[in-house]
Design a protein around this ligand. Sequence first.
Ligand SMILES: Nc1ncnc2c1ncn2[C@@H]1O[C@H](COP(=O)(O)OP(=O)(O)OP(=O)(O)O)[C@@H](O)[C@H]1O
Length: 250
Amino acid sequence: MTLLDLSGVSFGYAKGKTVLHGIDLAVAAGDNLGIVGESGSGKTTLLKLLLGLERVSTGTIAFRGTALDTTERTFMRGFRRSVQAVFQDPYSSLDPRQRVFDIIAEPLRSLKIETDIAAAVAQALRDVDLPADAAQRYPHEFSGGQRQRIAIARAIVANPDLIIADEVVSALDLTTRTRIIDLLRTLSARTTFIVVSHDIALVALLCERLVVLEKGRIVEQGATRDILARPAHPYTQKLLAGTPRMPKRA
Ligand SMILES: Nc1ncnc2c1ncn2[C@@H]1O[C@H](COP(=O)(O)OP(=O)(O)OP(=O)(O)O)[C@@H](O)[C@H]1O
């Protein structure tokens, strides 16, 4: 089943300055999609469009076959429940004044999801391998990797269909990075990820499919293993040449 479908999507922040050009891509449930490109290639802009934070200039974005319309409140409520995000910086993405319990419960409360909130938060903490007593503490009491686990717990608590992860491990050291990637791999058994990163090797560990973005255009897309084995575009070859080899996974 297709979760997201982008067709001919272009976008510019100002008139005459298009930063995304004719983007066509689809995300199928269960097939993690990696979006890679260098700084300035348009990854964050594309992510804002995918989250409904900006509106396309031309083209369409459809979620489960219905065009994304940020003015349609009922649709957007369902969309917000189905699509969650985790951002790069676990230090700034968590409200320092809120206890972890309230941070993780936030999507359930803001989306008015009728559920046992305490049980759902406890389950989300278990899912990200944090102890139950983490709920009563504040973000500053945790390490960078643990904070990213808190952000991931918040993203999964409402059981979304899709999680958009933007450079989620870039701020972490190598060991912590590996652990978080393992966690995302485990979670991808129950939700689909779009992983946005400049690091093609990292994305390859998590994603079956890959989109390569250069200067706002898709220059290559397809199955990750095909692209890694035979990168067709010089830009993809350059991205691959610039990343150290990651350990192979079973
Ligand atoms: N708010 C904005 N207003 C105007 N132009 C912007 C804005 N945000 C980004 N841009 C421009 O859009 C283009 C794409 O930027 P974007 O941030 O999407 O790239 P990126 O691939 O996410 O880069 P990075 O990895 O550095 O975050 C760049 O030319 C950038 O200067």
